[in-house]
Design a protein around this ligand. Structure first.
Ligand code: SF4
Ligand code: SF4
Ligand SMILES: [Zn+2]
Length: 544
């Protein structure tokens, strides 16, 4: 954690006492002595987590070592056996015989006595630090909640260790309150996550809600627009953020204070997060203030809190999962994929078969390499996907009218097409003989846009007296892209602070009464190209 000392923020790391065989949390570069035995300690790792008995057995099976009398911890990608590094390479993980591992891991569970004893020592040595970070986080939560109506406070819950800690801290900080939790069920969670959520529902202080997008199916969508990639995780909005936003709109009225478990040490992107985020550009759901009580905590501090307080947590971690989340995630590490192959075999192999099918569709010659070595995660935009056509906007300048443009649509014009222009003003029928629809400027009620359908799939749009016709046309084009390409990723629903947008299959609807004409949904700052599908489905000539 970055602890504040004399207004300084200091990063903590793991030191190792080779006498007690425990990690001790300290600021780096100081001469450190073990608080239990007073022996000099050495720096071990920036990040560290315990290795539970089941994972220790996995390490034994993969390396052939006997770890009976050894103490094992894990850094970012290295195991530490009695403080000495032991690396299992990615190749060894990819080539591992998961059927053999599965068979041997399921029988003869390891004795946990050695582990429990080591954890007791670890907790004892780090007690003062734990008290400090706990108190600091509790005071932060109390201060945040004082500023808000408690009715509109929630914990965003994923089933992972970080949200487990945040849930516990919020319940402790606000003991007299029932705390609303929203569990984002992406539909791609591992079984132990669902089991853990069921157990948590028994906690009397927690009111658990489930956010799930039942309108779409991940696997069908992956066939249609291609599997998600590292650079294009369309599923995050569709199945997580969007579903969460819908549930929040259902439960709350107005702005919401959300406590969540994001931490800076999780990734390079998250290293730039602030403890409190509330600007539309920085929060994924516009109508919320996101507060991160454990933003500065390291993995080791999270585990110290969980183990010292004996909190129930997701069992997946005891098996060796570094993180829990969707089993189809292109950001999952090779270690996580090995876990899925061992413990989530049936569902995971169904997914890898689908990846193989997609590889064939893209004419990949080495399908084994494409799937096993994770090449599928590197795909460029809409390469190999038919739906990529939907984000290509076809338009020509109108020769008859200045500031007029003719757009080709990819589906027939229906009523919902005109509805897309509500962000620009109020709709009014124009010249009947040409089926014209006008958009009136909200302040003056003067027409600023004329929409003229020329055929079922062709429309002329003319801007009238616009100060900057080019800029207006580019935002109008965003709505055409939405009409052609919307796959209900739910980003637009989350973006609209007034709850005016509803994305249902084959229907993108803006509520005329709710829309405040703020134009956030046509602002490139929030939605480049007008639709996230532009990012996921665009193709480049030099694509692989
Ligand atoms: S973001 Fe919502 S309120 Fe703003 S223009 Fe779009 S639909 Fe209307
Ligand atoms: S229009 Fe695009 S960004 Fe908006 S919900 Fe549909 S797919 Fe998502
Ligand atoms: Zn010691």
């Amino acid at each position: 954690m970055w602890i504040k000392e004399e207004n300084r923020e200091v990063k903590t790391v793991a030191y190792w006492c080779s006498h007690c065989k425990i990690p001790v949390i300290r600021e780096k570069s100081k001469q450190e002595f073990c608080p239990i035995c007073n022996h000099k300690m050495k720096f071990l790792s920036n990040t560290l987590r315990p290795v539970f008995p089941a994972e220790e057995k996995l390490v034994e099976l993969m390396t052939g070592l006997d770890l009976k009398d050894k103490i094992v911890w894990k850094g970012k990608s290295t195991y530490f056996v009695n403080g000495k590094s032991l690396r299992i390479t990615n190749k060894e993980k990819v080539d591992a015989d998961d059927a053999f591992l599965r068979k041997n891991l399921l029988k003869n569970a390891k004795n946990s006595e050695k582990f429990d004893k080591n954890m007791d020592f670890f907790i004892k040595a780090n007690k003062n630090h734990l008290n400090y970070i706990t108190q600091e986080a509790i005071e932060f939560i109390q201060e945040e909640s004082r500023k808000y109506d408690i009715k509109n406070t929630m914990v965003s819950f994923s089933g992972g260790k970080d949200s487990t800690v945040v849930s516990d801290l919020v319940c402790r900080a606000l003991p007299d309150k029932k705390i609303i939790h929203i569990f984002s069920d992406t539909t791609l969670e591992i079984d132990s996550t669902y089991q853990y959520v069921e157990r948590l529902k028994q906690n009397k202080q927690i009111e658990m809600h489930i956010a799930r997008n039942n309108d779409n199916n991940f696997f069908e969508m992956a066939k249609k627009i291609g599997p998600p990639t590292m650079a294009g995780r369309w599923c995050c909005y569709m199945f997580k953020t969007g579903a969460l936003n819908r549930k929040m709109n259902e439960i709350f009225d107005g702005r919401v204070l959300t406590f969540y478990g994001v931490r800076r040490s999780e990734s390079a992107t998250r290293a730039n997060y602030n403890r409190v985020e509330e600007k539309t550009e920085s929060v994924k759901i516009s109508n919320q203030r996101s507060s991160a009580p454990i933003l500065y905590w390291t993995d080791l501090e999270v585990w110290l809190y969980i183990l010292a307080n004996k909190i129930d947590f997701n069992e997946a971690y005891t098996k060796g999962y570094n993180r829990v989340g969707c089993y189809c995630c292109p950001n999952a590490s090779i270690s996580s994929e090995l876990m899925e192959r061992i413990y989530n075999h049936k569902k995971y192999s169904k997914w890898t078969k689908q990846l193989e099918e997609f590889g064939k569709q893209c004419n990949k010659s080495d399908l084994d390499d494409y799937v096993k070595n994770g090449r599928w995660k590197m795909r460029n935009g809409g390469v190999g996907v038919k739906a990529a056509q939907s984000v290509k906007l076809k338009s020509t300048a109108c020769t008859a009218e200045e500031h007029g443009k003719i757009y080709e649509l990819q589906k027939d014009i229906n009523k919902s097409f005109f509805n897309l222009f509500l962000p620009f003003g109020y709709l009014q029928e124009g010249r009947k003989e040409i089926n014209e629809m006008l958009v009136l400027q909200p302040a003056t009620m003067i027409p600023i846009i004329s929409i003229q359908p020329l055929s079922e799939r062709k429309v002329k749009i003319v801007t009238i007296n616009a100060q900057n016709p080019r800029s207006l046309h580019s935002r109008l084009a965003y709505q055409i892209v939405k009409y052609n390409a919307c796959n209900q990723c739910l980003k637009c629903e989350s973006l609209c602070r007034f709850g005016a947008i509803t994305c249902k299959p084959d229907k993108y609807e803006i509520d005329d009464k709710k829309c405040k004409r703020c134009q956030a949904c046509v602002n490139p700052k929030y939605l480049a190209g007008g639709c996230l599908m532009c990012r996921y489905l665009r193709t480049k000539k030099d694509a692989q």
